[in-house]
Design a protein around this ligand. Sequence first.
Ligand SMILES: Cc1ncc(COP(=O)(O)O)c(C=O)c1O
Length: 443
Amino acid sequence: VISAYDLLVAEGYLLPRTGARPVVADIAPRQRRAARQRATPPGEGDRRLASFWRNTQGLRETPRPGLPERCFRLGVPDYRHFPHALWRRLSARALRDFARKPFSYPPSEGIPELREAIAQHVAFARAVACVASDVIVTSGAVQAFDLLTRLLVTPGKTRVAVEEPGYPPLRAALLAAGAELVPVPVDDEGLRVDRLPEDVRVVCVTPSHQSPTGVALSLRRRMDLLEFARRHNAVILEDDYDGEFRFGARPLDALQTLDREQRVFYVGTFSKSLFPAIRKGFVVTPPWAREALATVKACTDSHCDAIGQSVLAAFIRDGHLARHVRHMRGIYAERRSALLEGIRSELGEWLEPIPSEAGMHLAARIRDPQLAPAVLKTVLAQCPGAQSTQDYAMKRLAHPAITFGYGVIDPPGIQSALGLVRLALLREYSSSTTSASRPSRVS
Ligand SMILES: Cc1ncc(COP(=O)(O)O)c(C=O)c1O
C-alpha cells in the first residue's frame, strides 16, 4: 500500500501533506496544456525547433514499401552477384588486425590506406588527377553533399544551380545549408549551361549520367561549364555516382580531369559499385579547399569507422573492386540492352529512349504529351519501381519522362513487364496514339 501511494505521489497524481491525508492532485490543467501543445496547426511545426526544421515536408525520400525484389527500382545494385564470401574473409582479417592494436580515434578524413586506395582507383578508372591527401572519405555521397554545402554556401546569400530535374537529396542538403536554389533545365546534352544565371556561385551536375534522365553532359557543354566557372569565379560539384558502369565506346573525361583551374569538387560513392549499406563515399577536393573541407568534416563528424574502411581499402587495393565492376558492367549491359530493345520493340509507339551511355537506369520520354498521364499510369502499374522524372523536379516539367532502373531485374523480367505494358496500352489507348507528336528535348 505504501509503495502504491509512493508511486502515485512520484507521478504527480497525489499531493502528500505532512500530518494529513494526501489529496488527489488537480491534473486537468496539465491535460489541457498538453492538448493545446498537440494542437499546433499542421505545417507550422513546433516553435521550439529551429525555423528551417519546422516544416520537413519534401526533404526526405518517401519510402516506397511493397516493391518486389525484382523490379525497376532505381539505384540499387544486385546483391546476388556481390562476392559476399570474399567480403566476409576481408572483414574477418580486418577484425583480427583490429584486435592486435590499441584502441584509437581514427582521423576524420578517413584512414590513410583507404584515401590512398581511392586516389589510385579514381586515377585509374576515371582519370581523376589527385593524391591521397585530396581525398576525404564520407558516409556516402550524401554526407559529401552535406560537407560541401556547409563549405560553399553562405546561408541566405549563395545561389546554387541544380539540374532540373535533379537528385532531391542534394537539393535537401543545399536547402538545409541555407542556399538559394536555381533550377536549370536539362536537355539531350545535359545541363543547359547557357541558362546559368551569372550570379550562381556553385553549379551541381551529374555529368556522366544525369540523374534522373541518364544523358551525358556533352564535351562542348563540359568546356562551356568550366569556362562559366572561370569567368564567374564559381565552383562545380561533380556527382559521379554511377559512372563506373559505362557502355559507350569512349567515356567522356570527368569535369575534374578537364579542369585546369581547380574549380571542381569530385564526389564519388561505393553505393552503386558495391552496395548502399557500405555507406562509403568520398570527395576529391581541389588543394586550396583541402584544409577547410577536412575541418568541416572534423567539426561535424570528428572521427571515422576504421574497420569498414580497412575492409574497403583491401578490397580496392587487391583489385577486387575493378574486377567486380567489370563483372557487373557485363550484367548491366545485358539488362540495359534488353530494356532498350523492349522499349523500342514493344513500346516504340508510345516511348522514345533518351540517349545515355552509363549507369544503372535509363529514361524514355513519352512521345505524345497529351497521352503522358495515361501512359505513365499504365507503365508504372506494370513496372513497379519505375518513376516519373517529375518526381525529381522542383517545378512542373513540360515533358516528363519515365525512368527504369535495371540494377535488380533480369532480362526475362524486363521483357515480360514491357510485354504487359504493351498489352495494356493497346487495350486502352492505341487508337489515340496515331497522332503522336514527339517532344525533342527533356526540359
Ligand atoms: C544522383 C545520386 N547521387 C548520389 C547518390 C548516392 O548516394 P549515397 O552514396 O549517399 O548512397 C545517389 C543514390 O541513389 C544518386 O542517385
